[in-house]
Design a protein around this ligand. Structure first.
Ligand code: SAM
Ligand code: SF4
Length: 367
């Protein structure tokens, strides 16, 4: 496998003080309305997936720069008031955060103009079995759990940790819970798990879940992404079509996954079983993207692949004078949020020769 050397980049954006604040929904200059905020709670993780983090030598975010629960809630309230309707907690591994149940409780209690927000989480499943009842009580509504292989030796090699039994316990707990829809995420990789795709779908169906295959993206902190190692959307669909007839589901909207019903297959609930493919590299869905991201250290990002960041930390931490400090701070957060939306490009251009990989790995952006 040939590793493609990638030029890395990060550009903090200076937002002029007289930048227009604006009102109404978060619409960018290409007409996309933003409704989904991915909130990364930490860059730390209990695993070291090869496509995400290096085994050693990762550059961690400074602990002092990690947003507190009050700071996260403050940004989330402003975002919800501006039209964000879904928060997805991610990381790193969100369940490593000691105050995770409080984070869920406080964010789930937020409402915007259209009513209460919906709170979802993407996790590697470790510690989920233990935490799920408290998370569900605190208001978590949806879960995506990542699992790339069902074989313990392979899992250990791929994640550099021998934790498959913990992940399986987490998935079993989620299957037994009332959180639906339940989704499992799999990054498909040539020569790693491409012989397991059908088996993984069977596993998901047996757990009442929808499997979503993700094309591997150039977002690994080790910077070893190679196009040769990817299994493309076409390759994934070919592998599945050898076993099932796939019926495309209409109504994708801004969702990243292209979904297919598995003809004749039903979940334990009796619902038709489906599978999704997230083809960010070979079939990008940027035209309908409605997502923004907040990193664990307070940077707003308008795209996974963006090299630009809008830094909320100075505003969140500036010394406040007496009087209108809360309102002034919220107005500043909203100004940055709207500037971030306005600065969004039409697409990510992974296929363009000028493409620059973001400096941050996926664990520090929030997938
Ligand atoms: N630790 C949690 C987990 O693994 O689910 C949440 C964070 S992780 C960054 C979120 C998702 O991003 C996971 O489903 C993971 O498989 C996916 N991911 C990480 N690096 C990726 C890459 N280079 N290409 C595609 N997907 C990636
Ligand atoms: Fe951790 Fe998730 Fe990255 Fe794997 S993909 S190393 S579980 S943050």
């Amino acid at each position: 496998m040939v590793a493609v050397p990638l030029v890395l980049a990060r550009r903090p954006v200076e937002v002029p003080e007289d930048a227009p604040a604006g009102t109404g929904p978060l619409v960018d200059t290409h007409g996309r309305v933003h409704r989904d905020l991915r909130v990364s709670l930490t860059d730390r993780c209990s695993l070291r997936c090869t496509y995400c983090m290096p085994e050693q030598g990762n550059e961690w975010l400074a602990r002092t720069s990690i947003l507190t629960l009050d700071e996260i809630e403050r940004v989330a309230r402003v975002a919800a008031a501006a039209g964000i309707t879904t928060f997805r907690l991610t990381g790193g591994e969100p369940l490593l955060r000691a105050d995770i149940v409080d984070v869920v409780r406080r964010l789930a209690a937020i409402s915007g103009p259209d009513g209460p927000v919906e709170l979802a989480m993407t996790t590697n499943g470790i510690r989920l079995a233990e935490l799920l009842p408290a998370l569900a009580d605190a208001g978590l509504r949806r879960l995506n759990i990542s699992i790339d292989t069902l074989r313990r030796d392979r899992f250990r090699e791929l994640t550099r940790r021998d934790r498959l039994p913990d992940v399986l316990d987490g998935i079993a707990a989620a299957a037994a819970s009332r959180l639906r829809p339940l989704k499992l995420n799999t990054v498909a990789m040539r020569g790693v798990n491409d012989d397991e795709l059908v088996e993984l779908v069977d596993f998901a169906v047996g757990h009442g879940a929808e499997l979503r295959f993700i094309e591997q993206m150039p977002l690994d902190a080790g910077h070893t992404w190679s196009r040769d190692a990817m299994v493309t959307r076409a390759g994934i669909l070919d592998a599945l079509a050898a076993r099932w007839r796939l019926v495309p589901l209409p109504g994708r909207g801004g969702a990243p996954a292209e979904r297919f019903v598995l003809d004749g297959v039903v979940l334990p609930s009796g619902q038709p079983a489906a599978v999704g493919v997230i083809a960010s590299v070979t079939a990008p869905f940027c035209g309908a993207c409605d997502r923004l991201r907040l990193t664990a250290d307070g940077q707003l990002r308008n795209c996974l692949f963006s090299t630009m960041e809008y830094d909320l930390l100075p505003a969140l931490r500036q010394a406040q004078g007496p009087g209108q400090e809360g309102a002034v701070l919220d107005a500043e957060i909203e100004r940055m949020l709207r500037a971030c939306v306005r600065g969004k490009l039409p697409g990510h251009a992974i296929d363009d020769p000028s493409f620059l990989q973001p400096t941050r790995g996926m664990n520090a952006i929030g997938g």
